[in-house]
Design a protein around this ligand. Structure first.
Ligand SMILES: [Zn+2]
Ligand SMILES: [Zn+2]
Length: 130
């Protein structure tokens, strides 16, 4: 098993599953439970309110949401910002529009790589003027 640094506390541990050491996995589980319990009783809370009430930083809650560990479907006032355009979203890192855009960009980049240099230049100009 490879030895890696825990993504959360930086401690060195033997990697099994995921990027967190056993202590952080446990801690994160407890944090999740706290947030879930609070949201169950206060489903109309915002991210800031949950952070205040549970003593978990907005960043940490955002991480959990982006990692897909905290689902927001029942909590209309909870959201994180799309990393592409800033639109409030309730799951993942990007809104559906940015996801589609990224997908297209990736497909385009793959196409561009296959094209001869001259064509690639003109294609790039159009691409960046968007
Ligand atoms: Zn850790
Ligand atoms: Zn977006």
């Amino acid at each position: 098993m490879p030895i890696v640094n825990c993504k959360r506390c930086g401690k060195i541990f033997r990697k099994t599953a995921g990027d967190l050491c056993a202590e952080c996995i446990k801690e994160e589980g407890e944090i999740l439970e706290t947030i879930r319990a609070y949201l169950k009783q206060n489903p109309l809370s915002s991210l800031a309110e949950v952070s205040d009430a549970t003593d978990v930083s907005v960043e940490d809650i955002t991480d959990l949401i982006q990692a897909g560990m905290l689902r927001l479907t029942d909590f209309p006032h909870m959201s994180v910002e799309c990393q592409g355009c800033g639109t409030p979203i309730q799951q993942g890192r990007y809104c559906s529009r940015c996801k589609e855009l990224l997908r297209t960009k990736l497909a385009d980049a793959a196409k561009v790589l296959k094209q001869p240099t001259k064509e690639r230049e003109s294609k790039n100009k159009g691409f960046y003027s968007l």
